[in-house]
Design a protein around this ligand. Structure first.
Ligand SMILES: [Zn+2]
Length: 52
């Protein structure tokens, strides 16, 4: 599944490369991966629907 997240280094939205769905300490789903342009770690919070 592909996600987009905001890359702070590129200062724009990028596709999250190799995105993995994980959870925060509070149980909120999030996608975590790398920016394809610069390799910075990009994360994005997900709705419950997106996490499935
Ligand atoms: Zn980037």
């Amino acid at each position: 599944m592909d996600f987009e997240g905001y890359c702070v280094k590129c200062r724009k939205k990028q596709a999250i490369k190799g995105a993995e769905v994980t959870k925060t300490a509070k149980g909120r789903p999030m996608a975590k991966g790398k920016c394809p342009a610069c390799g910075t770690t990009v994360t994005r919070f997900l709705s419950d629907k997106d996490a499935k």
